[in-house]
Design a protein around this ligand. Structure first.
Ligand SMILES: Cc1cc2nc3c(=O)[nH]c(=O)nc-3n(C[C@H](O)[C@H](O)[C@H](O)COP(=O)(O)O)c2cc1C
Length: 209
């Protein structure tokens, strides 16, 4: 099984991050999690999961609140200020990284190589090592600056996968919408999950009714 880095910045969309961490660990992968200060605040606001920034206590909170199922993957939390952590180095063996949600601030810093914390450094490393880097921004409307930064990271090799769920699978709940994005991200990281419903054509949709 592989190591995956999950960065959580302060955009709206903590439920996507939770589901992706659960999906990676449930598939037996080891998750290296780094959350910015703003990301912790949004986790508390959106999921009522209180994160203090104390790694030991936050690890316990995640253990209590995450649904990992029968998965054997581990979860390791990193301090965003710890730029000497393993995941800050290109020599660290890692199969890919996702930043979910990716705030426009973090996106801008990644697009410009400004590694001001461990999350941004790990993303910078992913780009320089030519490893998969998936960014999941959530903002609307988008300014020209946002659009230019998305172009820049795409040119540098990242995949911009906005949190824009579709409705053609007829989602019934908000969790269905979350799972649609989480499934797409896991698929892009090459991780098998049962969250992704592949479109099988209009006919198959009709026969489901
Ligand atoms: C509840 C809440 C929701 C937010 N939603 C977004 C968002 O969807 N997109 C965004 O770019 N910033 C959003 N922000 C603002 C970012 O958190 C803020 O710009 C922060 O400085 C980002 O820091 P970071 O990039 O270090 O995580 C939100 C903030 C809060 C408190």
């Amino acid at each position: 099984m592989s190591n995956y880095v999950v960065g959580v910045a302060g955009g709206s969309g903590a439920p996507y991050a939770k589901r992706i961490v659960e999906g990676l660990a449930s598939a037996g992968h080891d998750v290296k999690l780094v959350i910015t200060d703003a990301g912790r605040r949004v986790f508390g606001i959106e999921l009522d999961i209180p994160l203090t920034g104390d790694l030991a206590s936050d690890a316990g909170t995640f253990k209590d609140r995450l649904e990992i199922g029968a998965g054997t993957g581990s979860l390791e939390l990193f301090d965003p200020r710890d730029v000497a952590a393993t995941i800050a180095s290109g020599s660290y063996k890692c199969a890919g990284m996702v930043v979910v949600p990716c705030s426009m601030g973090t996106l801008a810093r990644i697009a410009n190589g400004i590694s001001s914390n461990l999350l941004e450094r790990a993303a910078d490393v992913s780009l320089k090592e030519r490893r998969p880097l998936v960014l999941v921004p959530r903002e609307t409307p988008l300014s020209l600056i946002h659009l230019r930064n998305m172009t820049a990271v795409t040119e540098a090799g990242a995949l911009v996968l906005p949190a824009m769920p579709g409705f053609y699978h007829r989602p019934q709940t908000a969790q269905d919408l979350v799972d649609m994005i989480a499934g797409r991200v896991l698929d892009k990281l090459g991780v098998a999950s049962d969250l992704l419903q592949r479109w099988a054509g209009e006919r198959s949709q009709e026969t489901e009714d």
